[in-house]
Each structure stands twice: as C-alpha cells, then as structure tokens.
Design a protein around this ligand. Structure first.
Ligand code: GLA
Length: 384
C-alpha cells in the first residue's frame, strides 16, 4: 500500500507535526453469502489489501479529510446536521456519529487516506474505510471501545449514513482478521473460530469483472426484506422460536410456500441451503477436503444466480470458464451484482485457467478481468 504517498499528501495539506498511521483490510469470503443478516454463518478472511489513513488530532471540534484517490477534500463538524455532501466523507462522518451515539467523545482531527481495495469489487472497501477510522479514533482518543463494538460502529454507519442494511461480516473480519486464517463466524451469537487456511496444491484467486451495478444497494436491501418477511411468516405459522431464516428448515419453508411470493420463496430457499453448505465446508476443511469445498462453492454460485438473483452475465461467464477449465471451486463473492468471482484452483491448472479466462472474457466483453491473488492477512492495526 502506498503509505508514503498518503503521508506526503497529508503533510502538504495539514503540515509536518507528528501523525499516526492506521490500516484496515478488505476481505474475501470462502462461503456463506447473504447469510450474515439471517443469523447464520460466514467464512471470511482479511486480505493484504485495504485502506490506510494518516491522522492527527487537531484540537478543534472539526474534521478535515483528504481523499488521496479522489483528490477531494471534505470538512465537517461531528453534529448530526453536518452530513457531508461527498459520499466518501459520509463513511468517516458516520463512524464519528456512531461513536458519539455510544457515549464516546472523539476530538477533531485531520486525515488523509487511500486504498488499494478496488471500489465496488465485492472486497469490502467501505468496511475497510469504516474499520480504519473506528479503530484509529478509538486508539487515538483512548475511548476504550472493544473490537466487536468497533465492528458494530462500522455496520451502523452503513445502515444510518450510507443506506445499506448490511450484515456484520465485512466489518467483523476487517477488525478480527488474522494472517493465514479464515474465520467461521456465527452471526447469531458472534462466536467465531479461526481456521488456518493453507490449501496444499491449490491457490485462491479473484477475477474482477470490473462491473459495478448502480442499484446494488437498493437491491441488497430488498433481498434482506424478503428474508425477514419469510422468517416472520414461518414464526407466525406455529414456530415461535424462529428469529432468523437460520432457524428455518426446508420442511418449514415448504409449509409456508403457498403463502409467500415466488420471489420471497426463492430467496429463502437459497439462504436455507447456503446455511447447510457452510457447515459442510467447515467439516471438509477440518479434513483438508478441498474437492468438497469447491463443489459447495459452485452450488453457492448457482444459488446466487438462480434463486437469490444477485449474479450477472459477466460473473456467470467467468464461472462457466472456471468449470470448463476444471477449476475446483468458483463463485460470485460478496453482495453480488458485479464485482469478483473467487476461485479455488489446483496449482497446475492456474496459469491455463487465467489465460483462458482473460482471453475469452476480453473477446466477449471487450476488456480483461482483473486478477488478484489472495493473501490472507491481519485485521485493523496501527502501523506507526
Ligand atoms: C455485503 C455485506 C455483507 C454481506 C455480503 C453478502 O458485503 O456488506 O454484510 O451480507 O454482502 O454475503
């Protein structure tokens, strides 16, 4: 990450006095997609790409922020009415507001930041930004907030200042990530377990379609509403213990099928099946059975394509190429509607797969997909 550039621009904007540097990562997710707002499991890992921020308390009540990537400035106080116009600045503003709502009192600060997580590629650039500032403000102003609450501060920022009713996966992993480990998180009770991930003979690689869908956030929120509607319906149909779709079995779902829309039923069916798949994958990982992991990844892709309907032509194309090349596992990763596929590839197939994916994708869509090798890294931290 280009820390030097961020530091240099910070000095140009805000002077030479001592400052601190903090960083937080983006993430991959092996399996468990759209399950985190259904009380179910996810399987993410932090990656060696994310956001870095240079920051210094300025002794006022104001925040002055500089986005190195966008070459854009924003200034705001931390009053609720002072919502910045620039959407990137709302993430920082939201983090400040959510800290204040929890009784914390961060002081004003000057900051510059940049990222090397591609925006909108399904690798959680926004959670990386939220976690960077939540972590930095907590540390710099000694607020005494624990990591879990910092993750919730990031999530509430999305809900209240960005308008995405996201789950907790991205913010959680950005704060709790650990080098060489994936984490299985149970989002019902936030219990988590580290899984060392060194698949011998395989590589994990992301192919970025570079497609971003404008309506992704409203479509995301609609998916969540469908899930909540079905969970409510099942609960009111004689299963009072049902809190989330996590608690719903396929038999229970079939009982209410006639009283849901076709669309809601499809959404819920995907979530019930995906919950089962995450458990199959965590068992398989215990015995280094990557063939089973890969099979589940394809099934997740088909579910996200046909039932949850969050894939797109470019992602399906890359998934088909992976299948044709004998790639062990491949699927759309993250919220969907564009972004990346995550691929589990045998070492000896890796080069051939990438060459074919690039060539065929470029022929069809006029540009190559971007390629990111996955390195599983640590969560939020102070760098200097
Ligand atoms: C986005 C959200 C997460 C999660 C994923 C889908 O990344 O921020 O909370 O719901 O989509 O699994």
């Amino acid at each position: 990450m280009e820390i030097d550039i961020v530091q240099q621009q910070f000095r140009e904007k805000f002077g030479d006095a001592p400052s601190r540097v903090y960083a937080s990562p983006g993430r991959v997710n092996l399996i468990g997609e759209h399950t985190d707002y259904n009380g179910s499991f996810v399987f993410p890992g932090a990656i060696d790409k994310g956001m870095v921020a240079v920051i210094r308390a300025n002794g006022t009540k104001k925040v002055r922020a500089w986005s190195v990537d966008l070459q854009d400035h924003a200034g705001f106080t931390m009053d609720e009415t002072d919502l910045p116009a620039a959407s990137w600045a709302r993430y920082i503003f939201g983090v400040c507001r959510e800290i204040i709502k929890r009784g914390g009192s961060p002081g004003g600060f000057d900051t510059a930041f940049a990222g090397d997580v591609p925006l909108g590629a399904g690798m959680s650039s926004s959670a990386a930004l939220e976690s960077t500032y939540a972590y930095a403000l907590n540390d710099m102003f000694s607020l005494g907030i624990d990591r879990m609450e910092l993750a919730r501060i990031g999530q509430s920022t999305e809900h209240n200042y960005v308008g995405v009713k996201c789950g907790i996966m991205d913010q959680f992993i950005s704060l709790f990530g650990k080098k060489g480990n994936l984490i299985r998180l149970d989002t019902r009770n936030m219990e988590y377990k580290y899984f060392p991930f060194h698949p011998q003979g395989y590589r994990l690689v992301l192919l970025d379609t570079v497609v971003k869908h404008e309506l992704a956030s409203s479509a995301y929120n609609k998916r969540r509403e469908s899930c909540e509607r079905v969970a409510r319906l099942v609960r009111d149909s004689g299963y009072p213990h049902v809190e989330f779709l996590r608690d719903v079995t396929m038999d229970m779902l079939l009982e209410v099928k006639d009283r849901t829309t076709k669309e809601d039923f499809m959404r819920a069916k995907y979530v019930v099946e995906e919950t089962e798949r995450v458990l199959v994958v965590s068992d398989a990982l215990e015995r280094d059975d990557y063939e089973t992991v890969g099979r589940m990844m394809y099934l997740t892709h088909y579910g996200m394509r046909d039932l949850y309907e969050v894939s797109c032509e470019e992602l399906d194309f890359l998934n088909d190429v992976a299948k044709a090349c004998g790639v062990t596992g491949s699927r759309v990763m993250g919220g969907g509607f564009g972004g990346c596929t995550i691929n589990l590839v045998k070492d000896h197939l890796y080069e051939g797969f990438l060459a074919r994916a690039k060539e065929q994708f470029a022929r069809k869509f006029g540009h190559q997909p971007k390629v990111y090798d996955v390195v599983i890294d640590d969560g939020a931290r102070r760098i200097s």
